[in-house]
Design a protein around this ligand. Structure first.
Ligand SMILES: [Zn+2]
Length: 296
Protein backbone atom coordinates (compact mmCIF):
# COMPACT_ATOMS: atom_id res chain seq x y z
CA UNK A 1 0.00 0.00 0.00
CA UNK A 2 1.31 3.45 -0.93
CA UNK A 3 0.40 6.38 1.32
CA UNK A 4 1.32 9.93 0.34
CA UNK A 5 1.76 11.48 3.77
CA UNK A 6 1.89 15.12 2.64
CA UNK A 7 -0.81 16.36 0.25
CA UNK A 8 -2.27 19.85 0.22
CA UNK A 9 -6.00 20.27 -0.25
CA UNK A 10 -7.18 23.57 -1.67
CA UNK A 11 -7.89 25.28 -4.95
CA UNK A 12 -6.23 28.29 -6.53
CA UNK A 13 -9.21 30.60 -6.99
CA UNK A 14 -11.19 29.32 -4.04
CA UNK A 15 -8.55 29.26 -1.29
CA UNK A 16 -4.97 30.29 -2.08
CA UNK A 17 -4.26 33.95 -2.77
CA UNK A 18 -2.45 34.83 -6.01
CA UNK A 19 0.36 36.40 -3.96
CA UNK A 20 0.99 33.20 -1.97
CA UNK A 21 0.73 31.00 -5.07
CA UNK A 22 3.22 33.20 -6.97
CA UNK A 23 5.76 32.98 -4.12
CA UNK A 24 5.35 29.25 -3.63
CA UNK A 25 5.32 28.17 -7.28
CA UNK A 26 8.17 30.44 -8.43
CA UNK A 27 10.79 27.85 -7.42
CA UNK A 28 8.96 24.99 -9.13
CA UNK A 29 9.03 26.52 -12.62
CA UNK A 30 5.25 26.12 -12.86
CA UNK A 31 2.59 28.85 -12.98
CA UNK A 32 0.82 30.04 -9.79
CA UNK A 33 -2.40 28.48 -11.09
CA UNK A 34 -0.75 25.06 -10.71
CA UNK A 35 -1.14 25.45 -6.94
CA UNK A 36 -4.52 23.75 -6.98
CA UNK A 37 -5.84 20.30 -6.13
CA UNK A 38 -9.48 19.94 -7.19
CA UNK A 39 -10.98 16.69 -5.94
CA UNK A 40 -11.21 14.93 -9.32
CA UNK A 41 -7.69 15.98 -10.36
CA UNK A 42 -6.24 14.82 -7.08
CA UNK A 43 -7.97 11.44 -7.24
CA UNK A 44 -6.86 10.98 -10.87
CA UNK A 45 -3.26 11.78 -9.90
CA UNK A 46 -3.40 9.24 -7.05
CA UNK A 47 -4.84 6.59 -9.36
CA UNK A 48 -2.21 7.23 -12.04
CA UNK A 49 0.62 7.07 -9.50
CA UNK A 50 -0.75 4.02 -7.67
CA UNK A 51 -1.20 5.99 -4.44
CA UNK A 52 -3.83 4.31 -2.26
CA UNK A 53 -4.28 6.96 0.42
CA UNK A 54 -3.27 10.55 1.05
CA UNK A 55 -2.88 12.52 4.25
CA UNK A 56 -4.89 15.54 3.13
CA UNK A 57 -3.92 18.80 4.82
CA UNK A 58 -5.90 21.85 5.82
CA UNK A 59 -3.80 25.02 6.04
CA UNK A 60 -4.55 27.93 8.38
CA UNK A 61 -2.39 30.99 7.68
CA UNK A 62 -5.20 33.58 7.71
CA UNK A 63 -3.47 35.87 10.23
CA UNK A 64 -0.39 36.37 8.02
CA UNK A 65 -1.32 35.35 4.46
CA UNK A 66 -5.03 36.20 4.52
CA UNK A 67 -6.34 32.78 3.49
CA UNK A 68 -6.94 29.30 4.78
CA UNK A 69 -7.81 25.87 3.46
CA UNK A 70 -10.51 25.24 6.07
CA UNK A 71 -10.88 22.17 8.26
CA UNK A 72 -14.50 21.79 7.14
CA UNK A 73 -13.45 21.73 3.48
CA UNK A 74 -10.94 18.94 4.14
CA UNK A 75 -13.48 17.05 6.26
CA UNK A 76 -15.97 17.16 3.36
CA UNK A 77 -13.40 15.72 0.95
CA UNK A 78 -12.60 12.95 3.45
CA UNK A 79 -16.28 12.18 4.03
CA UNK A 80 -16.79 11.74 0.28
CA UNK A 81 -13.64 9.58 -0.09
CA UNK A 82 -13.05 7.80 3.24
CA UNK A 83 -11.08 5.02 1.54
CA UNK A 84 -8.64 7.49 -0.09
CA UNK A 85 -8.12 10.44 2.30
CA UNK A 86 -7.11 10.86 5.92
CA UNK A 87 -7.73 14.47 6.94
CA UNK A 88 -5.34 16.66 8.89
CA UNK A 89 -6.75 19.79 10.55
CA UNK A 90 -4.83 23.05 10.71
CA UNK A 91 -5.01 25.74 13.40
CA UNK A 92 -3.08 28.90 14.28
CA UNK A 93 -1.97 29.08 17.91
CA UNK A 94 -1.50 32.83 17.44
CA UNK A 95 -5.27 33.24 17.00
CA UNK A 96 -7.97 32.83 19.64
CA UNK A 97 -9.65 29.46 20.00
CA UNK A 98 -7.01 27.31 18.29
CA UNK A 99 -7.22 24.44 20.78
CA UNK A 100 -11.04 24.50 20.74
CA UNK A 101 -11.02 24.42 16.93
CA UNK A 102 -8.69 21.40 16.93
CA UNK A 103 -11.01 19.67 19.41
CA UNK A 104 -13.95 20.39 17.11
CA UNK A 105 -11.96 19.10 14.12
CA UNK A 106 -11.27 15.85 15.98
CA UNK A 107 -14.67 15.24 17.55
CA UNK A 108 -17.14 16.79 15.08
CA UNK A 109 -15.23 16.58 11.80
CA UNK A 110 -13.36 13.29 12.34
CA UNK A 111 -9.99 14.72 11.25
CA UNK A 112 -7.12 12.45 12.32
CA UNK A 113 -4.03 14.63 12.41
CA UNK A 114 -2.83 18.22 12.69
CA UNK A 115 -0.81 20.25 10.20
CA UNK A 116 0.96 23.38 11.47
CA UNK A 117 2.85 26.10 9.64
CA UNK A 118 4.65 27.94 12.46
CA UNK A 119 7.24 29.78 10.32
CA UNK A 120 4.50 30.99 7.97
CA UNK A 121 2.67 32.22 11.08
CA UNK A 122 5.85 33.96 12.32
CA UNK A 123 6.03 31.93 15.52
CA UNK A 124 8.23 29.18 16.86
CA UNK A 125 6.72 25.69 16.95
CA UNK A 126 7.94 25.67 20.57
CA UNK A 127 6.04 28.86 21.46
CA UNK A 128 4.01 28.16 24.60
CA UNK A 129 0.90 29.26 22.71
CA UNK A 130 1.04 25.92 20.87
CA UNK A 131 1.03 23.84 24.05
CA UNK A 132 -2.77 23.86 24.51
CA UNK A 133 -3.04 22.74 20.87
CA UNK A 134 -0.48 19.95 21.37
CA UNK A 135 -2.39 18.84 24.48
CA UNK A 136 -5.53 18.35 22.39
CA UNK A 137 -3.60 16.59 19.62
CA UNK A 138 -1.98 14.23 22.13
CA UNK A 139 -5.33 13.53 23.82
CA UNK A 140 -6.94 12.67 20.47
CA UNK A 141 -3.91 10.71 19.27
CA UNK A 142 -3.46 13.02 16.29
CA UNK A 143 0.03 13.09 14.76
CA UNK A 144 1.29 16.63 14.19
CA UNK A 145 2.92 17.42 10.85
CA UNK A 146 5.01 20.55 11.34
CA UNK A 147 6.50 22.54 8.49
CA UNK A 148 10.27 22.58 9.03
CA UNK A 149 13.02 23.77 6.71
CA UNK A 150 13.18 26.08 3.73
CA UNK A 151 10.13 27.78 2.26
CA UNK A 152 9.97 30.18 -0.68
CA UNK A 153 7.25 32.18 1.14
CA UNK A 154 8.41 35.80 1.42
CA UNK A 155 6.40 36.42 4.58
CA UNK A 156 7.62 33.41 6.56
CA UNK A 157 9.98 34.18 9.44
CA UNK A 158 13.36 32.49 8.80
CA UNK A 159 14.06 32.29 12.54
CA UNK A 160 11.44 29.57 12.82
CA UNK A 161 12.47 27.18 10.05
CA UNK A 162 14.90 24.98 11.96
CA UNK A 163 13.68 21.51 12.99
CA UNK A 164 15.86 21.83 16.14
CA UNK A 165 13.19 24.14 17.60
CA UNK A 166 11.04 21.06 18.11
CA UNK A 167 13.40 19.32 20.54
CA UNK A 168 11.69 20.76 23.68
CA UNK A 169 8.26 19.92 22.24
CA UNK A 170 9.29 16.32 21.56
CA UNK A 171 10.51 16.13 25.16
CA UNK A 172 7.42 17.79 26.70
CA UNK A 173 4.93 15.67 24.67
CA UNK A 174 6.40 12.16 24.62
CA UNK A 175 3.03 10.68 23.60
CA UNK A 176 2.65 13.00 20.63
CA UNK A 177 3.99 11.83 17.26
CA UNK A 178 5.57 14.82 15.52
CA UNK A 179 6.44 14.66 11.82
CA UNK A 180 9.22 16.96 10.61
CA UNK A 181 8.10 17.99 7.14
CA UNK A 182 10.60 17.99 4.25
CA UNK A 183 13.15 16.21 6.49
CA UNK A 184 13.89 19.76 7.69
CA UNK A 185 15.75 20.60 4.46
CA UNK A 186 18.53 21.78 4.50
CA UNK A 187 18.95 20.49 8.08
CA UNK A 188 18.45 16.86 7.09
CA UNK A 189 21.25 15.47 9.27
CA UNK A 190 19.97 17.46 12.26
CA UNK A 191 16.51 16.01 11.64
CA UNK A 192 17.75 12.42 11.49
CA UNK A 193 19.81 12.94 14.65
CA UNK A 194 16.70 14.29 16.38
CA UNK A 195 14.72 11.17 15.40
CA UNK A 196 17.47 9.07 16.97
CA UNK A 197 17.11 11.03 20.23
CA UNK A 198 13.29 11.23 20.39
CA UNK A 199 11.23 8.10 19.64
CA UNK A 200 8.09 10.18 19.02
CA UNK A 201 9.66 12.06 16.10
CA UNK A 202 9.05 11.17 12.44
CA UNK A 203 9.98 12.93 9.21
CA UNK A 204 8.62 13.06 5.68
CA UNK A 205 10.56 13.17 2.42
CA UNK A 206 8.31 15.68 0.67
CA UNK A 207 10.07 18.20 -1.61
CA UNK A 208 13.51 16.98 -0.41
CA UNK A 209 13.17 13.60 -2.09
CA UNK A 210 12.13 15.14 -5.38
CA UNK A 211 14.25 18.27 -5.72
CA UNK A 212 17.55 16.84 -4.44
CA UNK A 213 19.66 14.57 -6.67
CA UNK A 214 18.87 10.85 -6.17
CA UNK A 215 22.32 10.16 -4.67
CA UNK A 216 21.73 12.89 -2.05
CA UNK A 217 18.40 11.31 -1.12
CA UNK A 218 20.00 7.85 -0.96
CA UNK A 219 22.75 9.21 1.31
CA UNK A 220 20.17 10.67 3.70
CA UNK A 221 18.21 7.39 3.76
CA UNK A 222 21.42 5.46 4.34
CA UNK A 223 22.28 7.74 7.27
CA UNK A 224 18.77 7.24 8.69
CA UNK A 225 19.23 3.48 8.40
CA UNK A 226 22.58 3.72 10.22
CA UNK A 227 20.96 5.77 13.03
CA UNK A 228 18.14 3.20 13.31
CA UNK A 229 15.32 5.60 12.35
CA UNK A 230 14.53 4.59 8.76
CA UNK A 231 11.27 3.03 9.99
CA UNK A 232 10.09 6.52 11.05
CA UNK A 233 10.59 8.15 7.66
CA UNK A 234 7.45 8.68 5.58
CA UNK A 235 7.26 9.16 1.84
CA UNK A 236 5.18 12.16 0.84
CA UNK A 237 5.11 14.55 -2.07
CA UNK A 238 3.79 18.00 -1.03
CA UNK A 239 1.39 17.71 -3.98
CA UNK A 240 0.53 19.96 -5.83
CA UNK A 241 4.09 21.30 -5.47
CA UNK A 242 5.36 17.91 -6.72
CA UNK A 243 3.66 15.40 -8.97
CA UNK A 244 2.98 12.00 -7.44
CA UNK A 245 3.62 10.06 -10.65
CA UNK A 246 7.21 11.28 -11.12
CA UNK A 247 8.04 11.05 -7.43
CA UNK A 248 6.84 7.43 -7.16
CA UNK A 249 8.96 6.58 -10.22
CA UNK A 250 11.96 8.22 -8.58
CA UNK A 251 11.45 6.18 -5.39
CA UNK A 252 11.37 3.02 -7.53
CA UNK A 253 14.70 4.06 -9.09
CA UNK A 254 16.19 4.84 -5.67
CA UNK A 255 15.01 1.58 -4.19
CA UNK A 256 16.47 -0.50 -7.02
CA UNK A 257 19.71 1.20 -8.09
CA UNK A 258 22.53 0.14 -5.76
CA UNK A 259 24.99 2.50 -7.48
CA UNK A 260 23.16 5.50 -5.97
CA UNK A 261 23.78 4.29 -2.42
CA UNK A 262 26.99 5.19 -0.56
CA UNK A 263 27.28 1.67 0.87
CA UNK A 264 25.92 -0.01 -2.26
CA UNK A 265 22.91 -1.39 -0.37
CA UNK A 266 19.56 -0.14 -1.72
CA UNK A 267 16.27 -0.39 0.18
CA UNK A 268 15.26 -3.86 1.29
CA UNK A 269 11.67 -4.84 0.44
CA UNK A 270 10.66 -4.27 4.10
CA UNK A 271 12.31 -0.84 4.20
CA UNK A 272 10.62 0.12 0.96
CA UNK A 273 7.19 -1.03 2.20
CA UNK A 274 7.63 0.97 5.40
CA UNK A 275 8.81 4.12 3.66
CA UNK A 276 6.10 4.13 0.99
CA UNK A 277 3.20 3.64 3.37
CA UNK A 278 3.83 1.18 6.19
CA UNK A 279 5.17 3.79 8.60
CA UNK A 280 2.28 6.15 7.81
CA UNK A 281 -0.22 3.31 8.33
CA UNK A 282 1.36 2.50 11.71
CA UNK A 283 0.87 6.14 12.74
CA UNK A 284 -2.85 5.82 12.01
CA UNK A 285 -3.20 2.46 13.75
CA UNK A 286 -2.43 4.13 17.06
CA UNK A 287 -5.56 6.25 16.52
CA UNK A 288 -8.87 5.36 18.17
CA UNK A 289 -10.86 3.15 15.81
CA UNK A 290 -13.91 5.37 16.08
CA UNK A 291 -13.27 9.10 16.42
CA UNK A 292 -15.36 10.45 19.29
CA UNK A 293 -18.66 11.67 17.85
CA UNK A 294 -19.06 13.14 14.40
CA UNK A 295 -18.23 11.65 11.05
CA UNK A 296 -15.78 8.79 10.64
ZN1 LIG B 1 3.47 21.15 2.41
Amino acid sequence: MIIDSHVHAGEYYRHFTARFAEDMMATTGRPPQALTAPEATLLAEMDAAGVDRAFLLAFDVRRVEGFSVPNDFVADLCARNPDRFTGFASVDAGSDGAAAELRRAATDLGLRGLKTAPAYLRMSPADRAWYDVYDVAQEHRMPVLVHTGYTPSKRADPRYLSPALLRPVARDFPGLPIILAHLGTPWTTVSIDMLADHPNLYADLSIFGWYQPPATVAAALEYARRRGVLDRLLWGTDYPFCTMIDFVARMDLLADDASLWPDGVPLTPDERTSLMGGAAARLLERQPVHPRGGAA
